[in-house]
Design a protein around this ligand. Sequence first.
Ligand SMILES: Nc1ncnc2c1ncn2[C@@H]1O[C@H](COP(=O)(O)OP(=O)(O)OP(=O)(O)O)[C@@H](O)[C@H]1O
Ligand SMILES: [Mg+2]
Length: 271
Amino acid sequence: MNMLTEAAVEKALDQKMSNVPYKMIGQDVSVYYGDKRALFDVNLNIRENTVTALIGPSGCGKSTFLRSLNRMNDTIDGCRVTGKISLDGEDIYDPDIDVVELRARVGMVFQKPNPFPKSIYENVSYGPRIHGLAKSKADLDQIVESSLQRAGLWNEVKDRVHESGTGLSGGQQQRLCIARAVAVSPEVILMDEPCSALDPIATAKVEELIHELRENYTIVIVTHSMQQAARVSQRTAMFHLGNLVEENDTDKMFTNPDDSRTQDYIMGRFG
Ligand SMILES: Nc1ncnc2c1ncn2[C@@H]1O[C@H](COP(=O)(O)OP(=O)(O)OP(=O)(O)O)[C@@H](O)[C@H]1O
Ligand SMILES: [Mg+2]
C-alpha cells in the first residue's frame, strides 16, 4: 500500500485545488475611502466553481474586497480602487465595461435580506426582465420557478408567489434574495455574511444551498463564523488590517495555517 505522509496529502490537495482555473484575478488591489486606505496591494484569485471564504477581524477589509469584485464600491462616494481585477481575463475596471452587465455576471447577496417591497414573483422576475432574458410570460414564469427551486424556496412559496416578499420569514427572505441573484444567471455570486441574521435552521438551509450552487457558480462568501467557513468553503483567505495574510485550501487553513495571525484568529485569540 502506498502510504502518504501528511505533507504529501497536503501537497496533493493543494495540487488538486491548484488545477482549478481562476475565474477572477485580483492583482495589487488597493482601496481608499477618501484619504483612508482600506486595502493594501491584495493579490487574491478566485477559483471557478469553488467556494472561497473571506475571514478576518472586523474592519480588516473583507466587505471592501468583496465589493471591489463587482464594482459595488463605485456606489460609495470618495471610494477609489487601484490595481487590476479581471473576470475571465477581462479587466472589470476598463472604462468600456457595462457595470450593469458586470453586476449581472457577478451578483451579490447582502448581510440583511433586502427583498423589494413587491411580490415574490416580481422580486425574482425583475432582473431577468430588465436584462431581456425572457421572450415571453411563460419564459419568465419558468425562470422564476427554476430560480426559486435552485434557492430551495419553491416548495414553501409556490402557492403564494404573488404575495409580498417582505411577508416571508428572515431565512425565507434570504433565500428569496439568493433566488433573485440566481435568476439573472450570474457566473459569480458574492455573499457578505449571508447568514448573520438567520437562526441555525435557516443558516443550515442556506449553507446546503451554497453547497449545491457551487456546481454551477463561483462563490465568494464573507463570514465571521469559522465553523461556517470550514463547512462551506474549499479555499479560505484571511485578511488583517487591510492586508491579505494568506490564502489556502480551507482544510490547511484550519489545521496548519502558514501564518500565526491566521492561527490566532481561528483560535479566537483576537478579533
Ligand atoms: N463607506 C465607507 N467609508 C469610509 N470608510 C469605510 C467605508 N466602508 C468601510 N470603511 C473602512 O474600511 C475598512 C475596512 O472595512 P470593511 O467594511 O471592508 O471591513 P470588514 O472586514 O468587512 O469588517 P466587518 O467584519 O465588521 O464587516 C474599515 O476601516 C472601515 O472603517
Ligand atoms: Mg463587512
